[in-house]
Write a protein that binds this ligand. Structure first.
Ligand code: GLV
Ligand code: MN
Ligand code: MN
Length: 403
C-alpha cells in the first residue's frame, strides 16, 4: 500500500507553486521561474524515493529506479493551462513517485527498472504548441518546431537556452527502449462520475488539431463608416465561430473549440481590421478530424467572401489519436478488480503525453474520477479517497509488470 498522507501532502505542496491567491488557479508555464520551482520540488521527491534524476535535452525530468535492462516508464506533466487546477498532470507525476518510493522503502525486488518522467510543456500554453517533451521523446519534435514563439517573441529554443538546456541533437532525446509507458490522470470529464466509479481504463485518446485563423478586413472610423460598406473582421470572425459550433452540433465524438481571440486594433471607436482566433478540433478518429478541418475551412472561406474580408489559416499543432495496448488495459482491469471495483473502459477526450509515447512503446492509462467533470479550471477536483484507491491500483499494475 502506498503512503497516502505523503502523496496528498505533496499534491498540496506542489499546488502552492504558481498559485494565484485570488482565483486559486495555478499558472506554471514552461521555462519560467514557477516551473523551475516545481521542477526542483519534484526532483527532491524523486531523490527521496531512491531515484537518480537526469534532465534530457529538452528538459524532461527523468527519475530512474533500478539498473535492470528493461524499462517501465511512468509519467505525466507539471505545467498548467492559465489558471489551471491542481490535479491535471501533477497527480500522475506524484502518484508515480509515490509508487517508486513505496517499492524503495520495502526494498521489493524488480526485474525491470522504473523511470518516472515529468514531461516538458504538455499543455502548450506558452508557445501555442504542447506535448513538447513527449513529442521529443517519441522522436517527433523537429528543429523547425523549436522556432515557435511565445507572445513576447521568444522561441522554444531560446527559452531552452535561458535554462541552460542544449536541445541539440534532438535525436538523443528519442527513446526506443521502453517496454511499457503508463500514465495515471484525472478524467476531466463526467463519465466515471455518472457510472459512480472511482477509476476507469482508457482505451483510446482523442487528439487535437490546433489551427490559427486570421481574418483581415479594413480598420476604419466607427462613426464615419456606414454599416453597408464596412469590412469588419470581428463580425466576420463572429459568424465563423458560430458556424463552427453549428457544424459540430450533433456529432458524437468530435468537438471543436475557439478558445483564443485577438482583435486589432482593439479600440472602442475603430472597426476591427484584423482578428486572429484558434480552433481546437478533436476526435478519436484521424480521418474525422481531417474531414472536419476541410469542411470548416471551406465554410470560413465562404463567410469571408460574402463579407468582403480575407481569411487564412495555419496549423499550430497536429497530433495523432492513440489507442492503448490491450495487454496494459487487461492488467489495469485486473488490478482494479483486486480492489473490488468494476473495471470500466472509456475514451479520453483530453490529450495526454501518452498519445506521443504510443509511437515508441505500448501505452496504458488509468483515469481517476473528476468532480463534475470540471478541469482546466481552479475548481478541478478529485477526492482524496479516489486518488488513494487509484494510486494503489496503479501500484499493483506496476508491480505486476515489473516484478
Ligand atoms: C491538454 O490538457 C489538452 O488536452 O489540451
Ligand atoms: Mn490539461
Ligand atoms: Mn494533463
Amino acid at each position: 500500500m502506498i503512503n497516502e498522507n505523503r502523496l496528498l501532502q505533496r499534491l498540496h505542496d506542489l499546488s502552492q507553486i504558481g498559485r494565484n491567491k485570488v482565483t486559486g488557479g495555478i499558472n506554471r508555464f514552461s521555462f519560467t521561474s514557477e516551473e523551475q520551482q516545481a521542477i526542483e520540488l519534484v526532483t527532491s521527491y524523486m531523490k527521496e524515493a531512491g531515484m537518480t534524476v537526469n534532465v534530457d535535452g529538452v528538459g524532461n525530468i527523468i527519475g530512474t529506479y533500478g539498473e535492470e535492462n528493461e524499462t517501465i516508464m511512468l509519467g505525466s506533466h507539471i505545467d498548467t493551462v492559465p489558471d489551471g487546477g491542481k490535479y491535471d498532470g501533477a497527480l500522475g507525476v506524484l502518484a508515480a513517485i509515490e509508487i517508486v518510493q513505496t517499492i524503495y522503502e520495502q526494498q521489493l525486488p524488480l526485474s525491470k527498472k522504473i523511470e518516472v518522467v515529468a514531461f516538458k510543456d504538455e499543455e502548450g500554453t506558452r508557445f501555442g504548441f504542447g506535448l513538447i517533451g513527449s513529442r521529443a521523446m517519441a522522436g517527433l519534435l523537429t528543429y523547425e518546431e523549436l522556432q515557435k514563439r511565445d507572445a513576447s517573441d521568444i522561441s522554444i529554443q531560446e527559452a531552452m537556452k535561458q535554462f541552460e538546456l542544449s536541445p541539440l541533437p534532438l535525436e538523443k532525446v528519442k527513446r526506443n527502449d521502453i517496454q511499457a509507458y503508463l500514465e495515471m490522470h484525472i478524467e476531466q470529464g463526467k463519465v466515471l462520475e455518472n457510472e459512480e466509479l472511482p477509476v476507469g481504463v482508457v482505451v483510446g485518446i482523442a487528439a487535437p488539431l490546433w489551427l490559427e485563423v486570421t481574418v483581415t478586413g479594413v480598420s476604419e472610423h466607427a462613426g464615419a463608416t456606414p454599416m453597408s460598406i464596412r469590412q469588419d473582421a470581428l463580425t466576420a470572425a463572429s459568424e465563423m465561430i458560430l458556424a463552427i459550433e453549428q457544424m459540430l452540433n450533433g456529432t458524437t465524438n468530435s468537438v471543436a473549440t475557439v478558445g483564443k481571440l485577438n482583435v486589432e486594433p482593439n479600440g472602442v471607436n475603430v472597426i476591427p481590421g484584423r482578428v486572429t482566433f484558434t480552433i481546437d478540433i478533436r476526435d478519436i478518429d484521424e480521418q474525422k478530424i481531417s474531414a472536419l478541418e476541410s469542411s470548416i475551412l471551406e465554410h470560413l472561406q465562404k463567410v469571408a467572401e460574402r463579407r468582403n474580408v480575407t481569411v487564412t489559416s495555419k496549423v499550430l499543432q497536429r497530433v495523432k489519436p492513440a489507442k492503448t495496448a490491450p495487454m496494459l488495459q487487461q492488467q489495469l482491469a485486473s488490478s482494479i478488480e483486486k480492489y473490488g471495483v468494476q473495471p470500466y473502459s472509456l475514451i479520453s477526450g483530453a490529450g495526454h503525453d501518452a498519445m506521443n509515447m504510443a509511437n515508441v512503446a505500448p501505452i496504458g492509462m488509468l483515469f481517476v474520477r473528476s468532480k463534475g467533470g470540471i478541469s482546466h479550471n481552479p475548481l478541478e477536483y478529485s477526492s482524496d479517497e479516489d486518488i488513494v484507491i487509484a494510486t494503489n491500483i496503479f501500484y499493483d499494475t506496476v508491480m505486476e509488470l515489473a516484478k
